[in-house]
Design a protein around this ligand. Structure first.
Ligand SMILES: [Zn+2]
Length: 93
């Protein structure tokens, strides 16, 4: 079981959280200008990497705030958490 460090509440059991998918997926500035393929890419295509992954989580049964988690998908180790609007650690997306 994961122990997830909420930036506001501190470490809590993963059962208090809900996963929100990959972080830093930006909504297109002009959605009407996108082709069907580009729109499908925005909606459905995600990186699904082996290793470092930037994810969104919400503390659903706590403070109910969203934040980002840098997690290793192989070891499940959480390397860092950071608030929405902040840059990911090491400046990478
Ligand atoms: Zn919290």
């Amino acid at each position: 079981m994961l122990l997830i460090p909420c930036p506001w509440c501190g470490p809590r059991d993963e059962t208090e959280f809900s996963y929100g998918g990959e972080a830093h997926i930006a909504r297109p500035k002009d959605p009407h200008a996108l082709s069907d393929e580009e729109w499908a890419d925005y909606l459905f295509m995600r990186k699904n990497p082996r290793g470092r992954h930037l994810e969104q989580w919400v503390h659903a049964h706590g403070c109910r705030r969203w934040f980002n988690v840098e997690r290793d998908t192989v070891s499940y180790r959480i390397n860092s958490v950071y608030k929405m609007g902040e840059r990911p650690p090491r400046g990478r997306k």
